[in-house]
Every structure is written in C-alpha cells, then in structure tokens.
Design a protein around this ligand. Structure first.
Ligand code: PLP
Length: 455
C-alpha cells in the first residue's frame, strides 16, 4: 500500500527514528519502509517496486503474497490458535510426519521459534544424549570460522564471525572453530585440482586436540551462506560425516538457509549423500510467513531420552514453539513448494545465473562467483591477482546501484575483519523467467562499466 500524503510518511519516519531499534545496522534515519509484497517483488510506501533478490533474509522461499498460506493461517486461528507442545495438536503431528518424508529418514521433531532456538536445542540435546549414554564429558562443539548459527549465547558461541561477537563475550562455552572450506582462498594453500580436503582433516585434528572424549558434536551448514557463500569441495561433507562417526561425535547440520529447496534439493545435505544425527531448520520452513523452527533428531538418539528416571526426558519448553498456526502455515508452504515444483525451479534459477552471468567472472573486480541451488555469492576484489578484498565503499556502491535499478541484493563478509566484499543473491524459488531476466539484466548493467567506481 503506497502512502499518498508525504506527511504520513514523514510521521512514520519520525516514529521509526524515535521508537524502533533496527536489527544489525547503525541507526538509519531514512530506512526503506516496505509496504507490500507480491511474488518476488516488494513495494515501499512511496510506491517504488523492488525485486527482493534476497527473499528478505534468505527466507521467503515461495515468494510474497500467497493467499493459500494466509488462508491456512486464518483457518487455523479460527479452529485452534494455541495449544502447548506439552500436549499434542493436529498441525504439529502432520508437520512432523511431513518433515520426516522430506528428510528421507526417521527423525523426532522438536519445534521452536527461530533458527537460533533450533540450534540451542540441538546443543542441549547433544549434551544430554551423551550424559545419558554414560559419557558426560562429551560436551564440546566444533564449528568453522565464518559460519553463522544464530544470535543467542550458545548459537553465537558456535558462530565463527568475530565482528558479531565483539562486545558480547563471554558467550556460551565449549565451542571451538576450525578453518572453513573456502576454496577461493584455501586456508591450506591448495587448489581445487590438488585438494586433499585438509579443511575436513582440520575437524579431525580439532577433535583429537580437544580430546574425543570431550567432543559432543560438529555443527555446520552444508554451504556457509551468510558467511560469504563458501561452497565446499563435494567430498567435504562426506569426509566430515566419516570423521564424526569415527569419534562418536554427532553431526549437526544447520539447514536454516540451505533447507526447503534453496539448494536445488529438499535439504542442502541431500546434495552430499550424508545422514546427519541432527538437522536444524527455520526460515524456509514457513517461508517466513510465521515464525517457526525445528530440530530434527534421529530416532536412534531419541531412544536414549525415553527411559531412565526423572531427568531423562528433554526438559526444555518454549511457549510459542510449535504454535498450531505456524505449523499450519508450514504445511501450506510445503504444499506450495511441492505442487509448484519449486525445488527443481531453484536449481533452474541457479543454472540460469551460472550460464547468463558467466561474463561477470571476467570483470576486474570479480574474484569468484559461487552458486548453490538458487543462492549466489559474488566475491569482489580490488585486484584479481592479489585477491585483495574489495573495499567496503566499492561493495556499497554496487548494492546501491542495484537498488537504484530496482534490485535488492545482499552484502556479506563484513562480520569478518577485513572482509565486506561478498554480494549475495537468494531470490524466491518462485521467481518467474521475467524475474530472472530482470536480475541478470540488472547485474550485467551494473557491472558493465569495467571497474566499478566506489565514488
Ligand atoms: N543458522 C543460520 C545458518 C542462519 O543463517 C541463521 C540466521 O540467519 C540462523 C541460524 C539463526 O536464525 P534466526 O535468525 O531465525 O534465529
């Protein structure tokens, strides 16, 4: 809904300046006020339309304005708006069964509100599991630098991005980090052709150095998304899974972004043929139409929580987790993803980016382009030979140029000192051919000037 009277917009902005604390950003006195969304497009209060190239925060997988999801929410609100997850209710039962089918395995589903919650639950379940297996010392988690796993004390502890932690430490304890699988700047000096998966070996070394008897789990995204779209060698995840099995360490796969079709498969880890012990999910679970997350725990692990005294069950509750309306929304969302073939569509979108944006790879400021399903990272550099990361002003100029042409894109990396140089795109999986044309055309136009000026 556009606002016709400029005074109304000024009043909104005044209240925003006075009362709203924005996420992850220095206060902006003139934020874009988004008023409505339809398909891949959002409209601001001035009536300007933008293609939502990041699906919000990598989450609106089925696109905006889905009536069938709104109707499912309204219907469920009128039938039963709330029941606790201490009890049972129909939408959570149906959704847990559906998620099992999507996961292609046997999992128990614990519902929460956010991706951070889902990861906190995973950490607590992993620790309690080992307690009840008679190995209480196994409490540590290995993660990777550059990874993001959430904003709460444990999930931020698992996060490997220095700037996000600054001024909030000490965080949850027991998390250590190893170098990420970052092929463009391989921390081990290897290339794709001579890669011996030292990044996976680093996880084995960390487990050995920490002491296998003290390590409960490894947490990872199939592809580090928010930390710069770091797509690993195809052998990486299977190698990590083998290491976890060798040391009786749980493999926790964070599918908060990679899940629900973003990768071109139902879940990101399906691309690598591994079977995680725990899978965490949020965002695309409801396409962000309503808050909901889930921690899927293998049936084998769950068995350990079934008997053994007063404290053997998982003593964790949250008021809103598994809310019936959110579960109904998730079910409607999964139906859209299935009925419209949006998982296959995600792969098609990524293939179109790879083919039609190939020219960008030759641009003097483009060091690398990485695509996973329909998510893309474009790593910008000052110099292709030295790989010096592009200066923040250069990256900001490109983001602004895209916005001025009606395309919203993301910018990642600035949570790591010295890096603010990775453009990200992750459009709705429902993006039409025209939408994809628009993204491609806009990026080619913005980059066509040779070296992009930061002025
Ligand atoms: N895990 C990953 C990979 C994420 O990208 C995010 C959020 O961006 C989270 C966890 C945390 O999710 P939430 O913001 O819903 O707490």
């Amino acid at each position: 809904m556009a606002i016709n009277d400029p005074a109304d917009k000024e009043a909104l902005l005044e209240n925003d300046r006075k009362y709203v604390w924005h996420h992850m950003t220095p206060h902006n006195d003139n934020p874009m006020i988004v008023a409505s969304g339809d398909g891949s497009w959002v409209t601001d209060v001035d009536g300007n339309r933008y293609l939502d190239g990041m699906s919000g925060l990598w989450c609106v997988n089925v696109g905006h304005g889905r009536k069938e999801i709104a109707e499912a929410a309204a219907q469920q609100m009128m039938t039963l708006a709330y029941a606790t997850m201490v009890q049972a209710h129909i939408p959570s039962i149906e959704l847990a069964a559906k998620l099992n089918a999507w996961l292609e395995g046997e999992y128990r589903i614990f519902f929460s509100n956010s991706g951070s919650d889902a990861n906190e639950v995973a950490f607590k379940i992993a620790r309690q599991y080992f307690h009840q297996k008679g190995k209480p010392a196994k409490h540590k988690f290995i993660s990777r630098h550059r990874a993001y796993h959430g904003n709460s004390m444990g999930a931020l502890g698992a996060t490997g991005q220095a700037q996000r932690k600054l001024k909030y430490e000490p965080l949850g304890v027991g998390f250590s980090h190893v170098a990420p699988p970052y092929c463009y700047r391989c921390p081990f000096g290897q290339t794709k052709d001579n890669c011996s998966l030292q990044c996976a070996e680093a996880i084995e070394q960390a487990i050995a150095w920490e002491g296998p008897d003290s390590v409960a789990g490894v947490i990872l995204e199939p592809v580090i998304t928010g930390g710069g779209m770091l797509v690993p060698h195809e052998g990486y995840l299977p190698a990590v899974a083998r290491i976890c099995e060798k040391y009786d360490v749980l493999l926790i796969v964070d599918e908060v972004i990679c899940g629900f079709g973003r990768s071109g498969r139902k879940f990101g880890h399906h691309n690598y043929g591994v079977k995680p012990d725990i899978v965490t999910m949020a965002k695309g679970l409801t396409s962000a139409y309503s808050p909901l997350s889930a921690t899927a725990v293998s049936a084998e692990l769950y068995e350990v929580f079934k008997s053994g005294g007063d404290t053997s069950h998982f003593r964790h509750v949250n008021t809103f987790g598994g809310n019936p309306v959110s579960c109904a929304v998730a079910l409607a969302n999964l139906r859209v993803l299935e009925d419209e073939g949006l998982i296959a569509r995600s792969a098609v979108i990524g293939e179109a980016f790879a083919a039609r944006l190939a020219r960008l790879r030759e641009h003097p400021n483009v060091g690398d382009m990485r695509i996973f399903g329909s998510a893309m990272g474009i790593e910008l550099v000052e110099d292709r030979d030295t790989k010096e990361p592009a200066k923040p002003e250069r990256v900001a100029a490109i983001v602004a140029a895209c916005k001025s042409k009606g395309l919203l894109i993301g910018k990642n990396g600035d949570t790591v000192p010295g890096f603010a140089n990775i453009l990200t795109l992750s459009p709705p999986l429902s993006s039409t051919d025209d939408d994809v044309d628009f993204i491609v055309k806009t990026l080619l136009e913005v980059f066509s000037v040779g070296s992009i000026s930061s002025k």
